[in-house]
Design a protein around this ligand. Structure first.
Ligand SMILES: Nc1nc2c(ncn2[C@@H]2O[C@H](COP(=O)(O)OP(=O)(O)O)[C@@H](O)[C@H]2O)c(=O)[nH]1
Ligand SMILES: [Mg+2]
Length: 616
């Protein structure tokens, strides 16, 4: 039966961590009834080699997945493939042995991955007395100080006697009350594949912790970096069929159109074309405090990110060497392209002797090859680390707009390629408007030309197009357009006989810089907000006409000159023009010096005319 996954529930993925033989797998089996040691060899050797998966419902009704990891240092790669997508950790320390090397290494990894939620579980409590247990608790607390798990509560349990198990579940529930769920993420789904196998009659199945967005039955997907295409034929979470899987949950995906022989741990399942593989990364790197040695320029290390791993070389961008505990900007040059996204956490290990060196956050997945010791490079990375490129760009824009693209680029501190991508994204989301090119205005003579020019507005962005361009946030544009309309409306009310407001007057009224009024007007024309006639700007619906008051004055003047009856014979149109001229004279700034009731021009028909002078 297909359960509707629209029934919304927050889900969490919990990972175990800790030294080999400290009771991780036993605890998972005791809590869930599921033996996480799946392989015959694991059961025979009583040792976890690969990742194990189990699930349970907490007292609160919350559903959690548990990833059980191997503790033995030889299998740390498998541990890293599973720990990438967890929300919280159970750091497991056997009460009879206390902190051991892989307790430390797993803790360092959780810290580098930024896992802030979790519990310390002191297992095998049945083997020690209270006093000893307290000593172990103190030692663990000391080791946790300064790490992301510094505030993790401790619970003592025994899988053998059942002691503390209820308290453990309650404490976990309480931790998750404060742990953000990723279930509601609405980005593009991606699944770092941690297992691939075949199920008789169904074909390829891959599993992983789904990230960033929901995956649906029938979705077309791509396997990155291999470039294989497939279709989602089946979805399961906790062995239940679903028609959609939510991010932040463990998912098994049955794929049509691809063989499981072509798939492996470390591949990424994503929507087609959404994730480009990369072999060059910009990243923030922190070295573990207890690291073995300084990191030097061009050192060779192993990179672990998501479920993927590859050898790489490290370019230290601002230092000659980085000491244990220090943080710096690096560029990672990968031996093989992998699928990775901005913001992903990663781990670096040295191959021999095998040891975790450091890790951090990926900042740019499509950087240029940087030269070292460049201030502009590290400044751009600093900016990127502070936020998403689109947010940074919008923030920089809103600090003063409209802004010329080249200035905005500088103000945002972003590398150009990222900034152009961010701008394209913002335009797509209708959050930013690129103002039309000003030069169009000069060629505009009348409304017809304006319309045809408007149709040539560039639909695609390129950096050269932007170089001289002006940009404004959509909010800023709406406000500016409103000010523009208000200014024109007021002007038309005061001077109904004038064609429009002089551009220069409008510019100073709107407090715009000299060079920006033209692009603003060009855009307003394109959007049909204003029309332009020579040097004046008007609302499109405005046509010069006397007010009733002006009409009245004009008629009175005509009457006073005793010409009304004669003029009337010239027809409505000239009379109206003449009335307008007279009415203009009635305005404060002008006066009529002489009026001719009929002027014959080059032998044409008689026209009413007058001479208007500015008042002194
Ligand atoms: N006395 C006692 N032994 C335990 C307890 N939990 C696990 N063990 C034993 O410790 C050994 C290692 O356990 P296991 O779960 O495989 O450790 P892992 O390597 O951390 O997964 C096994 O022989 C377990 O039976 C416990 O609470 N009390
Ligand atoms: Mg185990």
């Amino acid at each position: 039966m297909i359960r509707s996954s629209l029934i919304f529930a927050l889900m969490y993925v919990i990972g175990t961590a800790g030294h080999v033989d400290h009771g991780k797998s036993t605890l998972v089996k005791t809590l869930t009834g599921i033996d996480p040691d799946r392989w015959e060899e694991e059961r025979r050797r009583e040792m976890t080699i690969d990742l194990g998966f189990a699930w349970l419902t907490l007292p609160s009704g919350r559903s959690i997945s548990i990833i059980d990891v191997p503790g033995h240092e030889r299998f740390i790669k498998n541990m890293l493939a599973g720990v990438g997508g967890i929300d919280a950790a159970l750091l497991i320390v056997a009460a009879d042995e206390s902190v051991m090397p892989q307790t430390e290494e797993h803790l360092a990894i959780l810290d580098l991955l930024g896992v802030e939620h979790g519990l310390v579980v002191l297992t095998k409590a049945d083997l020690v007395d209270e006093e000893w247990l307290a000593l172990v608790g103190d030692e663990v607390r000391e080791r946790l100080a300064g790490t992301s798990l510094a505030n993790a509560p401790q619970v003592a349990v025994s899988a053998r006697t059942g002691q503390g198990l209820d308290r453990l579940l309650a404490a976990l529930d309480e931790q998750l009350d404060h742990t953000p769920s990723r279930t509601q993420a609405h980005g593009q789904p991606r699944l770092p594949i941690d297992r691939s196998f075949t199920v008789g009659g169904f074909g390829a199945v891959v599993t992983g912790t789904l990230l960033d967005g929901p995956l649906k039955l029938g979705d077309e997907v791509e396997i990155v970096p291999k470039g294989l295409h497939a279709r989602v034929r089946g979805l399961q979470t906790h062995q239940r069929k679903e028609d959609a899987a939510l991010p932040g949950t463990r998912v098994a995906v049955n794929l049509a159109g691809v063989s499981h022989h072509d798939l492996a741990r470390g591949d990424m399942l994503a929507l087609p074309g959404r994730l480009r593989p990369t072999d060059l990364l910009d990243a923030q790197l922190r070295l573990v405090r207890a690291g073995p040695r300084p990191l030097r320029q061009n050192d060779r290390l192993d990179l672990f990110v998501g479920a993927a791993e590859t050898p790489c070389r490290v370019t230290l961008l601002e230092r000659d060497e980085l000491l244990p505990g220090e943080t710096g900007w690096v560029q990672l040059r990968l031996d093989r392209p992998i699928a990775v996204a901005r913001g992903d956490r990663y781990i670096l290990r040295q191959p021999s002797p095998s040891q975790t060196i450091g890790g951090g956050r990926v900042i740019d997945t499509d950087p240029m090859r940087h030269r070292r010791f460049r201030l502009e490079v590290t400044a751009a990375l600093d900016a990127l680390a502070r936020g998403q490129p689109a947010d940074l760009l919008l923030r920089a824009l809103e600090s003063g707009q409209p802004q010329q693209w080249t200035d905005l680029l500088k103000a945002s501190g972003l590398p150009e390629s990222l900034a152009v991508d961010a701008l394209t994204e913002l335009i797509g989301e209708e959050k930013v408007v690129v103002l039309a090119k000003a030069h169009k205005l000069t060629s505009w003579q009348g409304d017809k030309v304006m319309e045809s020019e408007a149709a040539t507005h560039p639909l695609t962005l390129s950096a050269p197009h932007l170089v001289t361009g002006w940009v404004i946030s959509s909010k800023g544009w709406v406000a500016l357009a409103e000010k523009l309309a208000t200014a024109l409306r007021g002007y038309h009310r005061r001077y109904p006989l004038r064609m429009g407001m002089p551009r220069e007057e409008l510019r100073s009224r709107l407090r715009l810089a000299g060079e920006v009024i033209e692009p603003v007007l060009a855009t307003a024309v394109e959007q049909g907000l204003v029309a332009i006639h020579e040097a004046s700007v008007r609302l499109p619906e405005h046509a010069p006409a006397p007010t009733p008051e002006q009409e009245r004055i004009a008629r009175r003047l005509l009457g006073e000159f005793g010409a009304a009856s004669k003029l009337a014979r010239l027809g409505a149109s000239p009379l109206r023009n003449f009335a307008i001229i007279l009415a203009a004279a009635a305005n404060t700034r002008w006066r009529c010096s002489s009026i001719w009731t009929s002027v014959r021009l080059r032998g044409g028909r008689g026209m009413p005319a007058c001479c208007i002078e500015q008042r002194r």
